[in-house]
Design a protein around this ligand. Structure first.
Ligand code: KIV
Length: 271
């Protein structure tokens, strides 16, 4: 038996079982092979190839510009690096909102060309037809409610969502719809903790929170934020587990000064 086959892959069913036995689900983003290997080996259950790559990888201000081809390129690398985690890929803006046929085509491209295990889509009732069409093709779908960054120009800000009763009610209805049509999980982004608790109790599938408090069935963060590679992004919900910005800056500056001082490479590092 190869080393590869010894690792048991997390599936959508594993996540469902984790919810039932109240074991929290750890999720993180990754966008390349090397970091996916580290994230996977550290025991993360679900890796999201998020369209947050538009910000942290491509340097765009929003998630809107990233393309389906670019998402597939990153997903291929992450799939190669992830031996255990379930790999989910964001359908990028413009690849599914138009019509359900286009949505299905985009989801199929991701599954076929990257080898990922599921797709994620932002929105509720408005995209129900696209979600059901993708699900009926056998592609697992993760929903995403609350702050949905692909709609930033509709909302105008990245502030906490669903604080008002009407928006909270719509979110609960959307969550119940996602659960009823067969999504295997849903992200709840930047909503009040009490609403996360309500939704998590109202749906059968796992909820995964980001800025949504402790009551979600799992948590997700953007890898570059958790590692402290991004410096300026400081929302209240973010806990930085390292200051890699500083560590990397020091290491690279050290390298530059060694090159300038002719101290790198030394004899042992030469042929
Ligand atoms: O794109 C992303 O990284 C996401 C997470 C923040 C949930 O959607």
């Amino acid at each position: 038996m190869s080393a590869h086959s010894e690792v048991k892959r997390v599936t959508t069913h594993t996540l469902q079982e984790m919810k039932l036995r109240k074991e929290k689900i750890s999720c993180l983003t990754a966008y390349d092979f090397s970091l996916a290997q580290i994230v996977d080996a550290a025991g993360v259950d679900l890796i999201l190839v998020g369209d947050s790559a538009s910000n942290v990888i491509a340097g765009h201000e929003t998630t809107l510009p990233i393309t389906l081809d670019q998402m597939i390129f990153m997903a291929q690398a992450v799939v190669k690096g992830a031996r255990r985690a379930l790999v989910v890929v964001d359908l990028p803006f413009g690849s599914y909102q138009g019509n359900s046929e286009e949505a299905l085509r985009s989801a199929i491209r991701i599954m076929k060309e990257s080898g990922a295990h599921a797709v994620k889509m932002e929105g509720g009732l408005e995209i129900k037809e696209s979600i059901t069409r993708i699900l009926s093709a056998g592609v697992p779908v993760m929903g995403h409610l609350g702050l949905t960054p692909q709609s930033i120009y509709k909302f105008g800000t990245y502030t906490v969502r669903a604080k008002e009763e009407a928006e909270a009610q719509k979110l609960i209805e959307d969550a119940q719809m996602l659960d009823a049509v067969g999504c295997f999980a849903m992200v709840l982004e930047k909503i009040p903790s009490v609403l996360t608790k309500q939704v998590s109790e109202a749906v059968g599938v796992p909820t995964v929170g980001i800025g949504a408090g402790p009551h979600a069935d799992g948590q997700i963060l953007v890898l570059h934020d958790l590692l402290g590679i991004t410096k300026e992004f400081k929302p209240r919900f973010l806990r930085r587990y390292a200051d890699l910005h500083q560590t990397m800056h020091e290491a690279i500056s050290h390298y530059v000064s060694d090159v300038k001082a002719r101290e790198f490479p030394n004899q042992a590092e030469s042929y």
